[in-house]
Structure formats: structure tokens, C-alpha cells
Ligand binder design. Structure first.
Ligand code: SF4
Length: 167
């Protein structure tokens, strides 16, 4: 069976971002994988119950693993605390990955949910720092390998390895 990939919905062009925009990733490989029915598309924040559009949100001076451990919160630009919805969405994304047997994920860099290498610092200043979002942290804690849209080549290689291993 072909290896499957959990994918951020905004990379597929779904207008689910906080500003109701998307981050459509125009790459042939993604289209090909979709035709092969490898892709499981999810937006953790929408799955967690947040509306679109919604205020921008940032993890407060911490990373996704800290939020999962209950040691950090997420605040949005209107000073609301949507932490619970982010955590709920992360668990729903993990459930979807497990249900469909995804061992790989392709997630949008920089997001407080999907970021896998960098996230915003928490003071809405536009400064990014090293870290990962809540969903990326939860998936990794359960052994799912997470790639960003800048790591498609590496993802393609891992996909081929998993396909070969399952033959
Ligand atoms: Fe995209 Fe993830 Fe943000 Fe949803 S939560 S809009 S999938 S980056």
C-alpha cells in the first residue's frame, strides 16, 4: 500500500487561514500524490472549532510542546485565549493521521499549529524564532515525521523509502 501524508489544508489551496487566505503550494508532486490518494488533508485550527477568518494567534514565548504540557498559552491579537481549540485541533489531526495510517506530514511553516521549524515569537511583532506549532509537536511526539513546504525533496525521498519498505 502506498504511504500516506497528512497535509495542511491551506497548502492545498483551501482558504482556511486566519485571514481566510491560503498557502497553495503549486508543485506537481503534490498534485500527483493527491491523484494517488495519498493525501489526508486537515486544518487543525478549523477542526478544533475556530472560525475563518479569525484573529492571528501566537504561542507566547514558547513552543508547541510547552503548550501540550500545559506550560504555555496561545493568545490572539484580540487578547482571547484560544489554546484549547488549538490543542483539540492537534488531537483531531493526530486522529486523522492514525486513522489513515500516515507516518509523514507536510505542514505549513510558521503557523502556531503547523509550523515545524519556526513560529512567531508571541508579541505580534512579525519576528520568527526556532520552534514548532502545537500540531507539529503532537504528531512528532507520536512518531510522525513532519516536513514543511520547503522540504518537499526530503519528503519525496522518505515517501519512496516507505513505499519500498512496504513492498
Ligand atoms: Fe493552514 Fe495549519 Fe493554519 Fe490550518 S492551522 S490554516 S492548515 S497552517
Amino acid at each position: 500500500r502506498l504511504a500516506r501524508i497528512l497535509v495542511s489544508a491551506c497548502l492545498m489551496g483551501d482558504p482556511v487561514r486566519y485571514d481566510a487566505g491560503h498557502k497553495w503550494l503549486a508543485d506537481e508532486r503534490l498534485r500527483h500524490w493527491q491523484q494517488q490518494r495519498r493525501l489526508v488533508v486537515v486544518c487543525p485550527e478549523v477542526a478544533g472549532g475556530l472560525p475563518t477568518p479569525r484573529p492571528a494567534a501566537e504561542i507566547q514565548q514558547a513552543s508547541g510542546a510547552d503548550v501540550l504540557a500545559g506550560e504555555a498559552r496561545i493568545l490572539d491579537a484580540d487578547h482571547n485565549d484560544p489554546t484549547e481549540a488549538f490543542v483539540r485541533g492537534a488531537h483531531l489531526a493526530l486522529e486523522a493521521a492514525n486513522r489513515h495510517g500516515c507516518r509523514l506530514a507536510l505542514l505549513t511553516e510558521g503557523s502556531p499549529s503547523c509550523g515545524s521549524g519556526s513560529i512567531y515569537s508571541g508579541d505580534f511583532s512579525g519576528v520568527r524564532q526556532q520552534g514548532e506549532g502545537v500540531t507539529a509537536a503532537l504528531l512528532r511526539a507520536h512518531g510522525i515525521e513532519v516536513f514543511s513546504q520547503q522540504q518537499l525533496d526530503a519528503l519525496e525521498r522518505r515517501l519512496a523509502e516507505l513505499d519500498r519498505a512496504s513492498q
